[in-house]
Each structure stands twice: as structure tokens, then as C-alpha cells.
Design a protein around this ligand. Sequence first.
Ligand code: KG4
Ligand code: ZN
Length: 365
Amino acid sequence: MICLGIETSCDETALALVRGRHQLGERMASQVDLHALFGGVVPELASREHLRRAAALYQDLLRDSGVRPEDIAGVAVARGPGLLGSLLVGVNLAKGLALGLGVPLVGVNHLHAHLMAAGLERDLPMPCLGLLISGGHTHLYRISSPLDFQLLGRTLDDAAGEALDKAAKLVNLPYPGGKFIDMLGRGHQPEPDLFPRPFTSRPGLDFSFSGLKTAVARHVADNPGLRIGRLPEDALPDVPGMGRFCASVNWAVAQTLRIKTRRALEAHRDARALVVAGGVAANSMIRAVLTELCAEHGVEAVFPSPALCTDNAVMIAHMGRLCLEAGLRHHMDLEAIPRGRAVPSDFASAPGGWERSPQKTSFLQ
Ligand code: KG4
Ligand code: ZN
């Protein structure tokens, strides 16, 4: 059973095909360079770029993978949360393809797909906890099965990646700056009390990172020498104190994640693993801190490989396949869900969900 996945929730246009756990191919167009000019994602530009690239990527994907349209048995699309205009491009492409191919359509939760991506590479022990840390989200879940997610906590303002990106921007590192904070801080000793570990004194599992940004802004204002002038093309800047600054910001984020995740592991002692996903899961300090935490609690730490951590369409195709195989699908009134609104579980069940209608499909080549 081949499932097509479409991802357009933010600034990557991506399409992928999977057969079972086997990845047949992916085509992706990143808009990072475009948005870097503005220091952040510009929603209007993002949707226009998706519209410009998506259909051509579908054709490239079929050509590269050697899959024929009539081999595709289902179409999955990230239906939210994300930028509404961007999501609408993917959702409407998915509807058109599902209609034209005569196959079922399913809209998947982008955040759940991130966490289940690790399931492409290995069996995921259930129940487990899931920590999704990206530029837009910081969500902690209890996952009882690939289709049963319970939200335990979430950020009330900035996401973990956003906090790192904003700290990077304050010292003029390029966008998105999370990976530069990671790289420049590596090998340096963090100053543990330089920045707060926001919201950790409050009970519960919600996060709030906006206070960290304020503390970093104040520190940079007091230490203007940390601001980089012009960034060399091929080398990271050698600014005195930068390594310690980056390590300390990274430390504050990593420790905040550790404190809340430890609380969740203590409240869910039957959890057999912690799955960590999203772009920030690539962070070396956060990986080390969470791996150590899991070892202390006797649970497995599961990190998808880096290509599956950031936004991609393979995870959407995989999640879509799991839904379709469980008989879950959507009709043509599938809605895109913007950031800030909960993604509803409004599937239509379809006992024969994977059956194709006998429609001709050649016009979609
Ligand atoms: O999941 P993702 O690719 O996109 C969404 O936000 O959905 O995550 C992007 C985020 C950005 O904030 C970026 O700075 C961060 O992931 N990121 C990192 C690293 N690599 C990417 N943050 C810290 N350390 C890294 N190595
Ligand atoms: Zn994402």
C-alpha cells in the first residue's frame, strides 16, 4: 500500500511516498533562504511559494521514485497546526489528488506526525511520552498508541526553538539561530545561573519561554560586545564570551525541558520511552540532558534521525498510512487548522478505506 504525504504547514514544501515503513522517495523545497532575508517566516510569501512549487514537486517525486499515480492508494496531508495560508495549499492539493486518483484522503496532525516519525526507523514502545520541540511548538504528550495522544502540557507563549532563535537574533546570528547557539556553545561551560529556567517553579507541565527572551535581551544590552558585526561567509565568529553565552542560553532551555519532562515521567511511571522530535531535537545539549534523564528513570530515549526531526513529508505519509490502515479518513470538507486551534479528531471511518475507485488517473501524471 503506497501512501503519498504532503507537508506545507510552514516554510518547507515537501511530498513523499511510503510503502509500509519503507520510504520510496521525498521531494522538498525549502524556503529558509527566502525568509532569512526577513529574519523570520513571512506567511504571505510562504503560501505563495508553496503554491508555486507543490504541483511540480509531485511530478518530480513520481519521476524519481518510479511510482505510477495508479500505485498510490491514499493521500495524507498535514492539516494543522500551521500557517493557515500555507496549509490551505497542501490541503487543496491533497483533495485534488485524492479526487483525481480516486483514493482516500486523510488529514493528519503535524505534531503527532513529528513524534511518530521515529516509528519508521524502529518499534516504539507504548505507552510512551512524547516531547515535541520545534520553532513553533513545545508540546508534551502521553502516547498510548500511534493514534491515541493525550496532551499533558504545552508552551503558553514562545516555543523552545523560538526562544533559541530569538536569543540568536539578539546577538545577530543568522536565522534560524538555534543551530548556531548549539554549535557555538559546544565545548563551553554554561553559567547555570546566568539565565532563568522559566516557569519551572510553577506546578504542572506547561512551558513558558518568553521570560527567557527578556532575560537574554537584558544581558545583551548590558554586554553589547556580544553583538556580532558582519558574519563571515565561511566561519563562525570569534566573539569573546560568545561560547559561554550560547552554552548558557542552551543550558536554560535544556534544563527547563528536563525539569518538566522529569515531572511527566514521575507522573506516568508506566511510560516505557520518551520520544523527542521537532527541529530542536537535533540540539546536542538537549539530547545529552534528556538521554541522561531517561537513563535515570530506566526508560528509553528515542530521537528520530535528523532528517526526520525537522519538517518533512515522510512523517506525514507514515502517519497517514497508520490512519488509513486503521480505517480513518476524511471527506472533501477537510478543514485546515491554524496554529492556536486544537486539531480535531474528526475522522470519518471507512471500512474499505484503502480501496481505490475504478477511476482513470492518467491525467494526473
Ligand atoms: O521542526 P522544525 O524544523 O520546524 C518547525 O518549527 O516546525 O524546527 C525548527 C526549529 C528552529 O527554531 C531551529 O532554530 C531549531 O528548530 N533548530 C535547532 C537546531 N537545529 C534546528 N535548535 C537548536 N539546536 C539545533 N541544533
Ligand atoms: Zn514541524
